[in-house]
Design a protein around this ligand. Structure first.
Ligand SMILES: [Zn+2]
Length: 343
């Protein structure tokens, strides 16, 4: 397995140092599975500005919220009888209903909590466990009806900086035969790897990261955590790998509990470092033949310039499809690791 780094040095006359010659390092990296590239550059201070959550909360409630408990049963759609005669799926505080703006034929929203605003460190394990379990209940119902689900995709935009149009914690879930470019690339590469090596990339990755101890974080129950060698976020990503789980329907309650335990560690890290926002995606196969172990990424989001509301996605990401990250993944792992050591 290759972790390929291509270091670069820029020489310039630096106005901040009276035009003395200065060398600035950056790095290109190739993903060990897909060979997709990313850059580590524009190193930030690691200090992220405070966001006024009260102001966001006020603004978000100006026109009411369809996901709040008093509205959710009145304004959100219901599933047709053949998906569930109850109209919506529920577990604890979580509710699943059809997405009014669907991504595919079977497309739904999971509302995670009853509370409208939940700061990152105030989620309970039960809230996320119920939200993920009830999402899988929905995929089971789709399979019952269609005999298959294809790829059961779960994604979340937490807070506006991650693309959420509503503050109320929720996820997008959909069943599709088209996994999208990123997951398709991972599956094709995983299949190639399996054909060449006779075993799964994901197993080798965990072994390699454990022996390197540069980006490996910990196991929470059955779930293994690493900081990816090539992050997609400008701050950093954290990856959970579910050993020997191939489809979203393979995930057991214990797997979900292990995942949520790690997620809560990450959320506490976010609170302590003023990171308010993240995307979450699960990457499942549609069968064992995809040779991919289910994994999930938490990708930190924020603004390049909060004063100007500049998002963290600019031309290099949007039009050249090149991720760049301002923190070395190995440094991110050092920062995260203590959180995974605590309970
Ligand atoms: Zn709400």
């Amino acid at each position: 397995m290759q972790f390929e780094r291509i270091p670069r040095v820029t020489r310039l006359l630096d106005p901040r140092k009276n035009y003395a010659e200065t060398r600035i390092e950056s790095e290109m990296r190739m993903d060990p599975l897909t060979n997709f590239s990313g850059r580590i550059a524009h190193f930030g201070s690691g200090q992220w500005p405070t966001v006024d959550l009260d102001a966001l909360n006020q603004a978000s409630l100006a026109h009411g919220c369809p996901f709040c408990p008093e509205m959710i049963t009145k304004v959100t759609p219901k599933f047709p009888e053949e998906i569930t005669p109850q109209g919506r799926f529920r577990r604890g505080e979580a509710t699943v209903f059809p997405n009014l703006s669907p991504y595919d034929a079977h497309s739904a929203v999971t509302v995670v909590t009853q509370a409208h605003l939940v700061p990152v460190d105030q989620f309970s394990a039960q809230q996320w466990e119920d939200a993920l379990a009830v999402s899988i209940d929905y995929f089971r119902a789709v399979r019952q009806y269609e005999n298959h689900i294809g790829y059961g995709l779960i994604g979340a935009n937490y807070m506006p900086m991650a693309g959420a149009s509503l503050l109320h914690p929720h996820m997008q879930i959909y069943a599709t035969d088209r996994p999208g470019n990123w997951l398709k690339g991972q599956i094709e590469a995983s299949q190639r790897y399996y054909d060449e090596h006779g075993h799964t990339f994901w197993e080798d990755l965990i072994q390699e990261e454990k022996s390197l101890q540069e980006r490996y974080l910990a196991a929470t129950g059955s779930v293994e955590w690493v900081v990816p060698f090539v992050p997609l976020s400008f701050i950093g990503d954290v990856e959970a790998i579910f050993p020997e789980r191939y489809t979203i329907l393979d995930l057991t309650p214990e797997d979900i509990a292990g995942f949520v335990q790690g997620l809560l560690h990450i959320l506490r890290f976010m609170k302590d470092t003023n990171i308010y926002s993240f995307n979450l995606a699960f990457y499942p196969g549609q069968s064992r033949e995809d040779r991919i172990w289910v994994h999930a990424r938490v990708s930190f989001r924020g603004m390049i310039s909060p004063v100007l509301h500049s998002p963290d996605v600019s031309v290099i990401r949007q039009l050249l499809d090149e991720p760049f990250t301002t923190v070395y993944p190995e440094d991110m792992a050092k920062q995260l690791k203590p959180y995974f050591a605590s309970r």
